[in-house]
Design a protein around this ligand. Sequence first.
Ligand SMILES: [Zn+2]
Length: 99
Amino acid sequence: MTHHHDRDRGGHTGWCARDHQCGLGQHRATPVRLAIPGLGGAVLTRIRTTDGTEHAEIRLSIRLHPHEPTARDQLATLLANLRTLLHLTHHHRPHRRVA
Ligand SMILES: [Zn+2]
């Protein structure tokens, strides 16, 4: 992985995995996987989209309780925590832009 240049002539980022998706103007890093046996797992991928903005794409799989309404409660808990996660990540910016 290179650190001295953020992009090369192809417009790739230093973390780009350089797979076929680059041809579509989107750059994707090699996914980082997290697995917790019995609970579920997550796959996190850093992406630069065609408009130049960067995103963390997360695919999350969490085992649900086999019975209602426990499974539904778990989903509600999950949604609430995803909202918290979005806010936490958004506010954690050491180089905040000064409008
Ligand atoms: Zn690329």
